[in-house]
Design a protein around this ligand. Structure first.
Ligand code: GCW
Length: 674
């Protein structure tokens, strides 16, 4: 009996050891090829750089690689010069990023010539919406990696340190250099001495990897933990309180990054509670941080229950303040004017605020894109956003350029992504959600990278193609791997965002989610007395006449917040991109689409197309089985099955609901709800 038991235990142990839980992310490559690293200086960061080279070198055996800190005006910030001989940079982080780039090129089979590589944005941050009790707002990958509940919640353990270091390494490998450690719905407690000591412990681990720690702060902190009777930004005691707090933080963490602030938004306190405005609030904090070199990232995610179209509110509230913020304030604007919907036009604030530093906030966690169940690769959505033409300074004024300092004088440039990271073994819940963390970092580093290149890199790094010397007659050849795995799986990733848009809310529909959790469909949800702008019918406006939100001059006139010729393009249904048609227009069910179909029929076909796409993904994945670790294969297969069921549910629910208004049949050749 005993022997059987130990066999069983051994068997499961072996399974556990062999199975791939996805914890290593895209950093799997190990190599024993020797390399000679020469670096005259020494530091923790440089030691990491050396070690990375030594453990993953795939170039010529015994080659010499030089890591050199130099002066060079052409190298910007953390940029570097890359060549076959080594890396030159002006900062230690630059050296580290150069090393990761060199290794990435070796592992993905890209050539290494002489090249100057500079990042698009100076600050590339993850925003963690992690609460101090360890839960994560809109987090679908388990509890927080930074905070936990319980009596000993602030004790720093060996496991904490190990995990934070793995996190830091993953970020450094893709160029992320800032982490906001707590939720924007911020507990004032984060600024108490007890919590700050844990923040210091985290910052100490992140530092050698070139990552600065930032905190979200609660605007009423001076009252809640400071014991003052007010948080009025113009009150002298409040000013002093923040100055002293900044000093306390910088004594602990000399390279602290700064504050992220959600103020007067969704119930959070802010300067307006004291009769002041965003400028007063942001500048109060900016002045406190300035002597220490800190930044304030002040969010523009504001909207109130009012008759004004929610899509217009942030612009109206912030534009009058352009030019009044201190130069260490950056206004952090979500990519779209509503809220991280599957597809939105870019927020009209990009390029419009010309005398203020503006940064984009993207959402890596899939709040509105199927949580950690749906396979949705977000790079194409971000690529579309970053490359959107704003026309603000003529042709070529893409969103990326309105924030990267190339169009406007900006003292600081930055971009942020709301993290999808948690304590799950594979960090992100869905194995393919790791690709979104990866993609955010890569696009933040270089806004010109294509989604295709990013997917290609990620797949090659994550699903290690077998090296020729490791192959025997039984093993797949790289050519076959390329053809049967890389190509189809990459295509699946590249199609996945459009597929999700199609089965959830095609043609510019938005915010028709089930309430609160934002997972399934809920276009009908509108309980009596509920804030209108929190109910889907406010957004789709379906009636027997037609569907869509009229944001032209005859409606809310949100189009007027865009620069010409965009305003004219969006205003006219003939020139408005069909992908945004119902965002800007309320159109009759029989409106004729470019392909000749009626709007109603097209809606039906789009929903159906989304469903068919996911079924196609299932087939692609099933055929990838022999190339993937069984554990990962099974997990993804299981999730695709659920995604497929969800897609059908989205389609059936939305079409049946809208059909009561359209009063038209679902085209006969489509799979129809039973
Ligand atoms: O997307 C919405 C989310 C909230 C979030 C808010 C914000 C952190 O539903 O959970 O709160 O936006 O961005 O502030």
């Amino acid at each position: 009996m005993k022997t059987i038991l130990s066999f069983v235990i051994l068997f499961f142990l072996a399974l556990g050891l062999n199975a791939d839980n996805g914890h290593q992310l895209w950093l799997r490559s190990k190599s024993s090829v020797p390399v000679q690293v020469i670096c005259k200086k020494s530091s923790e960061t440089l030691a990491i750089a050396k070690q990375e080279l030594q453990q993953a070198w795939q170039g010529e055996a015994g080659q010499t690689v030089r890591l050199e800190l130099i002066r060079d005006k052409q190298i910007a910030g953390d940029g570097f010069r890359l060549s076959a001989e080594g890396i030159q940079a002006t900062t230690e982080s630059g050296i580290l990023y150069g090393v990761y780039e060199l290794l990435r090129r070796q592992q993905t089979g890209k050539k290494i010539g002489e090249e100057l590589v500079n990042p698009t944005w100076e600050h590339r941050l993850l925003n963690h919406w992690d609460n101090l009790d360890g839960t994560v707002e809109r987090g679908y990958a388990g509890l927080s990696i930074f905070w936990r509940a319980g009596n000993d919640s602030l004790a720093v353990t060996e496991e904490d340190l190990k995990l934070w270091e793995e996190y830091a390494r993953a970020n450094a490998s893709i160029g992320i250099n800032g982490s906001v450690l707590n939720n924007v719905n911020a507990s004032p407690k984060i600024l108490s001495a007890a919590y700050l000591s844990r923040v210091k412990a985290i910052a100490d681990v992140l530092r050698p990897y070139g990552i600065k720690a930032y905190l979200s702060i609660n605007f009423a902190s001076s009252m809640v933990i400071g014991g003052l009777s007010t948080a009025d930004p113009l009150n002298a005691e409040v000013v002093d309180w923040w100055k002293a707090k900044a000093k306390e933080i910088y004594t602990l963490i000399p390279d602290f990054g700064g504050f992220l602030v959600k103020a007067n938004s969704e119930g959070q306190p802010g300067p307006q509670d004291f009769g002041r405005n965003h400028v007063d609030g942001a500048n109060l904090l900016a002045d406190a941080l300035k002597p220490h070199g800190g930044l304030v990232m002040w969010r523009a995610f504001v909207y109130n229950p009012s008759d004004e179209d929610r899509a217009k509110q942030a612009y109206n509230e912030f534009m009058p303040f352009d030019g009044q913020f201190r130069d260490n304030v950056i206004i952090q604007v979500k990519n779209g004017p509503i809220d991280f919907q599957p597809r939105e036009p870019f927020s009209p604030l990009f390029g419009a605020m010309k005398q203020t530093s503006v940064m984009a906030e993207l959402q890596v966690t899939q709040e509105y894109l199927g949580h950690s169940v749906h396979l949705v690769f977000l790079a194409p959505m971000w690529e579309e956003f970053l490359h959107s033409e704003t026309w603000q300074e003529g042709e070529g004024s893409t969103v990326a350029r309105t924030t990267d300092g190339s169009l406007f004088e900006q003292k600081h440039t930055a971009i942020a992504g709301v993290a999808n990271i948690g304590l799950d073994d594979n960090w992100c819940g869905h194995d393919f959600a790791q690709a979104n963390w990866y993609a955010f970092g890569r696009q933040a580093w270089d806004s010109s990278l294509s989604s295709e290149q990013i997917a290609d890199e990620w797949l090659k790094l994550t699903f290690n193609q077998p090296a020729p010397e490791e192959m025997d007659a039984e093993t797949v050849l790289p050519m076959e791997w390329d053809l049967n795995f890389l190509k189809p799986v990459k295509q699946m990733m590249l199609n996945s965002h459009e597929a999700a848009v199609d089965y959830m809310m095609p043609l510019g529909l938005h915010h028709i989610f089930a309430a609160h959790h934002h997972y399934g469909p809920g276009p009908w949800w509108a309980p009596k007395g509920m804030r209108k702008d929190w109910t889907p019918p406010y957004y789709h406006q379906a009636d027997t006449e037609g569907i869509g939100f009229d944001r032209t001059a005859s409606g809310s006139d949100a189009v007027s917040q865009y620069h010409e010729p965009l305003k004219a393009h969006f205003s006219n249904p003939e020139t408005c991109p069909e992908a945004l048609l119902l965002w800007f227009h309320h159109l009759p069910w029989d409106y004729q689409m470019k392909n000749g179909r009626t709007l109603w029929d097209e809606l039906c076909y789009r929903y159906d197309h989304g469903v068919q796409q996911v079924r196609q993904f299932q087939k692609i994945w099933d055929q990838a089985e022999r190339y993937v670790d069984p554990e990962i294969f099974g997990r993804v297969q299981h999730k695709l099955r659920e995604q497929s069921l969800n897609a059908v549910e989205w389609k059936d629910a939305c079409l049946l609901y809208f059909q009561q208004f359209s009063q038209r049949a679902i085209p006969y050749d489509l799979e129809r709800p039973l």
